[in-house]
Design a protein around this ligand. Structure first.
Ligand code: PRP
Ligand code: ZN
Length: 296
């Protein structure tokens, strides 16, 4: 690994892996993939990809092993709490709009719950001792934290804890273990963070370019290009229906003096309801196209 290449860490296998890799590939990075290795080489751009456990990414960034990393706010906040005495700062560059989840407090389904104070004197199993401790302190509850590195959800049925604080995404894991969520500790999503290593001017420029591309991919994902035909006198009405639309391009139609073609970029998703409203306003031949890339 050379010092003149950007080291980017993503989760090797888990909730964030596919979206993280897809995002980087959409930025135009081609990787020489190797099945089992922890390390993929960027063939066309100066990028080395590290595939690691998501929980390790904040530490790799803080230690200057990686320059950019994609991980959840949950693991980052936990890592920073753990290191509170040391020099700890990670810059959140871009919130990535995937990996939504929450750190939640859950108890066995059949147990009653009247409030956080019920946990006073109880045992809470978690892989997030820092955030759990902070939460309990904020609510002035004294409970003991049982730190586990995995399979937290089975602790109550094993009799090693009375409640858990764990990550919930779809809720399948909780249901499968007959647990119910009673409080939310933290809401999280995937974020691109910068590390602490000082980059030379060339790599800094490359980093800025990459971040601009990532923002472009995110914008493109939400945006749609809409083309339609409309009566000449309803251009304004049509433009008002389209969500977050740019100034439309209005073109004349050959042999149809009363009609025009309207082309416009919508910076928000276009739903069936919008199309039905457009139709009611006289629009015909409505096409909604995905946008692949965008440079603001
Ligand atoms: C979390 C958590 C649960 C699961 C919840 O693990 O520990 O096991 O996801 O998801 P669900 O609500 O959709 O069932 P995470 O993705 O952090 O993986 P890791 O613990 O292996 O790092
Ligand atoms: Zn994890």
């Amino acid at each position: 690994m050379s010092n003149h290449r950007m080291k980017i860490a993503i989760q090797k296998s888990g909730r964030l892996s596919d979206d993280s890799l897809q995002l980087l590939e959409r930025c135009g990075i081609q990787f020489a993939r190797s099945k089992d290795k922890l390390f993929w080489f960027g063939r066309n751009l100066p990028v080395d990809l590290l595939l690691v456990r998501d929980d390790d990414i904040p530490r790799l960034l803080l230690d200057g092993v990686c320059d950019l990393g994609i991980c959840g706010e949950n693991v980052t906040r936990e890592c920073l709490l753990d290191r509170s005495a040391a020099n700890t700062a990670l810059t959140a560059e871009v919130a990535l709009d995937f990996g939504a989840c929450r750190l939640a407090l859950a108890i066995p389904e059949q147990h009653a719950f009247s409030g956080i104070q019920d946990l006073s004197g109880k045992r809470i199993a978690t892989s997030y001792p820092g955030l759990t401790g902070e939460y309990l302190q904020q609510h002035a509850v004294q409970a003991s934290i049982v730190e586990l590195s995995g399979s937290v959800e089975i602790a109550p049925s094993m009799g090693t804890a009375d409640a858990i604080v764990d990550l919930v995404s779809t809720g399948t894991t909780l249901r499968a273990n007959h647990l119910r969520e009673v409080a939310e500790v933290l809401i999280s999503q995937a974020v691109l963070y910068s590390g602490t290593r000082t980059l030379d001017a060339e790599l800094n420029r490359f980093k800025a370019r990459l971040i601009q591309r990532i923002q472009g991919v995110l914008k493109a994902k939400e945006s749609k290009y809409v083309m339609l035909h409309a009566p000449k006198d309803s251009v304004q009405r049509i433009a008002d229906i389209l969500p977050a639309a740019e100034a439309p391009t209005v073109l004349s139609l050959d042999g149809q003096p009363d009609k025009v073609a309207i082309h416009t970029l919508c910076r928000e998703n276009v739903f069936w309801e919008h199309l039905e409203e457009l139709q009611a306003a006289g629009a015909t031949a409505v096409l909604v196209l995905p946008v692949e890339k965008m440079l603001a």
